[in-house]
Design a protein around this ligand. Structure first.
Ligand code: CA
Length: 234
C-alpha cells in the first residue's frame, strides 16, 4: 500500500489551515502537495496528477473557481471545495462547475477525513461507482482490490506505480472493450493523444504486461491492437 499512497493537492492560502489540514491528512496516510495560489496549483496539478484536490475558493491571485474550471476541462479527479463562504449560490456554482463535494469552514478533522474517503471512493477508479460487487474485480487469476488499490495474480501482489494502477483499473472497468489510445490518455493524463503521450502510454503498458507475466506477441490478460488501443481480455 505504501507505494500506492493517494496524493492530495491542497490549495489554501492561509498557512494555519493549510498546516492543520496537511497534518490531518498525512497522519491518516495520505501524501499532500501544497499550493497557496491558483497559479501554483495549476503547475502542481499538471506535474503531480493528484488523486484528489482540496480547494479553497478565496485565493490571493484568482478565485478558486478558476482552478476548478481549469481542471475540469480534461480531468475527472475528485475536487472538494473548502471555503468560509456560506452562501448557497457559491456552493451550487462550485458543484455545477464540477466540484464533488463542499466543506464550510470551520470544520473538524473527522468530517474532513470522511469527505476525503467518500470522494476517493466515488471516483472512477474505485469500486462504488462500478458494477463490481465487494470492491473487487476478478478475471482468471487476476484480482483487483479497488479500495486498497492493489493488484494480485495467483494471490501474489503485483507492484504497480500509481499510473500503472490507474490504467489497469480503467481497463478492468471496461473489461472486454477495446480502449483507444485517446480514451486511455484522456482518462489517465487528461490530455490529447499526441506522439509524446502515446509513447508514455506504450511504455506504461509494456511495464504492466511485463509485471503481469504477459509475453510479447501473445495475448494474455492485455491485448494490444497496434495503432488502436488495448483491451483487458474477458
Ligand atoms: Ca483563503
Amino acid at each position: 500500500m505504501i507505494q500506492n499512497k493517494y496524493k492530495i493537492l491542497l490549495v489554501e492560502d492561509e498557512s494555519n489551515i493549510r498546516n492543520l489540514v496537511s497534518t490531518v491528512l498525512e497522519t491518516s496516510g495520505y501524501q499532500t502537495i501544497m499550493a497557496d495560489t491558483c497559479s501554483v496549483a495549476k503547475t502542481l496539478f499538471a506535474s503531480y496528477l493528484p488523486d484528489l484536490i482540496i480547494l479553497d475558493l478565496g485565493l490571493p491571485d484568482m478565485d478558486g473557481i478558476n482552478l476548478l474550471e481549469f481542471v475540469r476541462k480534461d480531468s475527472l479527479v475528485p475536487i472538494i471545495v473548502l471555503s468560509a463562504r456560506t452562501n448557497e449560490s457559491d456552493k451550487i456554482d462550485a458543484l455545477d462547475k464540477g466540484a464533488n463535494d463542499y466543506i464550510t469552514k470551520p470544520f473538524g478533522s473527522g468530517e474532513l477525513l470522511a469527505r476525503v474517503r467518500a470522494a476517493l471512493r466515488n471516483n472512477r477508479f474505485s469500486a462504488e461507482q462500478g458494477r463490481l460487487p465487494g470492491g473487487r474485480f476478478t478475471l482468471k487469476e487476476l484480482e483487483i482490490d479497488y479500495d486498497a488499490r492493489r493488484v494480485f495474480i495467483k494471490g501474489e501482489e503485483i507492484h504497480l506505480t500509481q499510473t500503472e494502477y490507474n490504467i489497469v483499473a480503467l481497463l478492468s472497468e471496461n473489461c472486454g472493450k477495446m480502449m483507444t489510445y485517446a480514451t486511455i490518455i484522456k482518462a489517465i493524463w487528461g490530455g490529447l493523444a499526441e506522439d509524446g503521450s502515446v509513447k508514455k502510454l506504450q511504455v506504461n503498458m509494456a511495464n504492466i504486461r511485463k509485471k503481469f507475466g504477459d509475453k510479447p506477441g501473445e495475448t494474455n490478460y492485455i491485448a494490444n491492437e497496434l495503432g488502436v488501443g488495448y483491451r483487458l481480455n474477458e
